[in-house]
Structures are given as structure tokens and as C-alpha cells.
Design a protein. Structure first.
Length: 202
């Protein structure tokens, strides 16, 4: 899904917006719309990722600014829980600025970040592991093929794994990818998964 540039004075994207009950009503009825409370991002960005956490908060990661510079900053959004005033705060930085990348919450509570594009538009092969409770980021294993606009999917096969599917590679022009790779969090490795029948990218 494409994301629009969010100005500093604008509201946070609906994917991490606060959808709260009205304080004047104990519970919404079918005919009473929910009240949407909004909060501005610290940094304007587009082509970023938003990851929801189990505790009702969310993280906004990376993207690019109005000048096309890939961002590495991470913002923490609190306010998904009813009666919580929504707020954003700076959590930390990824190792590299990236846009059009993939990020997924793992079963162990960590966030796996993979690929994307840098400020020059080049596809990236690096991955990172983020601890959302501390903001600490460590380097992960490299992708076998650099890619952006790909899809990350969790699945279980002898333990939780992440399928890294499709996307676009810029090593020699713009090449849509059929290949998919597998990240194994327990082993800390990435291996080839095979090829899909159809191209998959956004």
C-alpha cells in the first residue's frame, strides 16, 4: 500500500491512528461513530512502515523526507488503548535509512526489518533486528538478493519463520523478482526459498 507524505502539522496515518471511544459515552452503540484522536508525526515522511505492537502501541519506521532523503528514525506511538491520550516520541534510529522496506513483528517480540531503497534509489540487502522495548537495533543477516517493495509474511514450519517475497532489484535496471527467501529467527539465517509463479511487488 502506498503512503502519502504526512506534513509535520498533519495527522498521523490511519494505520497507527488512535481510534478511541468518546469520553462522554461508556461504550459506542451501532449508531454512534467512534471518535478519532490524532497526533502529528515528529518527522514528515512517506514510504515508511508502521508496525503494531501487542501492547496497543505502534512504531513508525524509516521512509523518506520531502527532499528524498531516506530516514532511519523510529517514532513510538502510544494511544491505541481507550482513555489513553495519543502521543509520539522518538525511540531511536535504525542502522541505515531506508524506504519501501519490510518490517514485521516476530513472536519473540522483536521486529525484523529487511531490504528497501536508500536515498539514491538503490535496492538494499541489509536487515536489522529492533527491540521495541529499548529501541536497540542490531544488524541481521544479509538478504541473498537486494530488494524493495517486497512482502514479509510470517509462517510456521518447524518454528516461526519469515518469508521475504518478491519485490524489485536495481542491480541492473529495475528487475521484478520471482524469488523468495526465508529468515529463521532462531538460527539467525536467511536461505533461499525458491521462486513464485507470479511477480509480487508494491
Amino acid at each position: 500500500m502506498r503512503r502519502l507524505l504526512v506534513p509535520l502539522t498533519a495527522v498521523l496515518a490511519i494505520s497507527v491512528a488512535s481510534c478511541l471511544k468518546s469520553s462522554s459515552s461508556s461504550a459506542p452503540t451501532p449508531n454512534s461513530p467512534l471518535e478519532y484522536q490524532t497526533v502529528a508525526l515528529i518527522e514528515a515522511r512517506m514510504d515508511h512502515e508502521a508496525v503494531g505492537l501487542a501492547n496497543g502501541s505502534a512504531l513508525v519506521l524509516g521512509g523518506i523526507d520531502a527532499n528524498g532523503i531516506a530516514l532511519n528514525s523510529i517514532e513510538s506511538f502510544v494511544g491505541m488503548v481507550p482513555a489513553t491520550q495519543p502521543s509520539l516520541q522518538f525511540l531511536g534510529n535504525m542502522i541505515e535509512g531506508r524506504r519501501d522496506f519490510g518490517a514485521v513483528l516476530l513472536g519473540n517480540g522483536l521486529i525484523f526489518i529487511a531490504g528497501g531503497r536508500d536515498s539514491n534509489g538503490n535496492s538494499m540487502s541489509t536487515t536489522e533486528i529492533l527491540d521495541p522495548t529499548t529501541g536497540q537495533v542490531t544488524a541481521g543477516p544479509a538478504l541473498l538478493t537486494s530488494r524493495y517493495g517486497h512482502t514479509l509474511m510470517l509462517y510456521t514450519s518447524g518454528g516461526q519463520r519469515v518469508a521475504i517475497c518478491g519485490g524489485i532489484n536495481t542491480a541492473s535496471g529495475l528487475t521484478a523478482l520471482l524469488s523468495w527467501e526465508v529468515y529463521d529467527p532462531s538460527a539467525g539465517t536467511i536461505t533461499a526459498g525458491g521462486n513464485m509463479a507470479d511477480y509480487c511487488f508494491f
